[in-house]
Ligand binder design. Structure first.
Ligand code: IMP
Length: 194
């Protein structure tokens, strides 16, 4: 089976590739000839994931899945949430987003947070299905580590040993991550219908 991953984020593609079974060939957007930005104008993770998957199926005629992820910080009322990418402005710079997050959390008694991913699957035809995954953790006082991407240098998962995602290998992050959990749900669904 061939499935396109409807994302321009190479880091996400690198994370997802090792999670897939041998019979599932993963195509990038470039592989299917899509080079434009995907629309992402909804106000929920699920809405954005569905919008991206539907866009790629409709315009490129391929079965695909899309991922939308948010970092939800309890002391900030769930922010940045669905606006995680543009938290510090339209440039979508990870370093600026992390710096703003640390500023907003300064002096807050709680640094509890979770990453949440919704994956939307659009097969060649039929309704789009959504699958979710989450991981709990806390926001570190300062960035640590060089792996991963985005907010990984400041996110230390609760079920880890205190290291941030950016201090872990890709395989370690994949054992517990929001994205790996959502993809596991997606794979279980595909196995059930095949
Ligand atoms: P999106 O799902 O690509 O819209 O991502 C939203 C924001 O969260 C972006 O700033 C990403 O860099 C960040 N992000 C998404 N997934 C992860 C992750 O697994 N770790 C750290 N940051 C992430």
């Amino acid at each position: 089976m061939r499935l396109c991953f409807a994302s321009n984020n190479a880091h996400k593609l690198d994370e997802i590739r090792p999670l897939l079974p041998p019979g599932l060939a993963l195509l990038s957007l470039a592989d299917v000839g899509c080079h434009e930005e995907l629309p992402e104008t909804q106000d929920t993770l699920e809405g954005n994931a569905r919008q991206k998957a539907e866009y790629v199926r409709q315009h490129y005629g391929v079965a695909c899945f899309a991922d939308d992820t948010g970092l939800e910080v309890a002391a900030l009322g769930g922010a940045p949430g669905v606006y995680s990418a543009r938290y510090a402005g339209p440039q979508r710079l990870a370093a600026d987003n992390v710096a703003k997050l640390l500023r907003e959390l300064a002096g807050q008694p709680s640094r509890a947070a979770q990453f949440r991913t919704v994956v939307a699957l659009a097969l060649a035809e039929g309704p789009v299905h959504a699958f979710a995954g989450a991981v709990a953790g806390r926001i570190a006082e300062a960035p640590r580590g060089t792996g991963g991407f985005g907010y990984d240098p400041v996110f230390a998962p609760t079920e880890g040993d205190g290291r941030t995602f950016a201090e872990m290998s890709g395989a370690e992050k994949n054992q517990i991550s929001h994205r790996a959990r959502a993809v596991a749900e997606l794979l279980a669904y595909l196995a059930a219908i095949s």
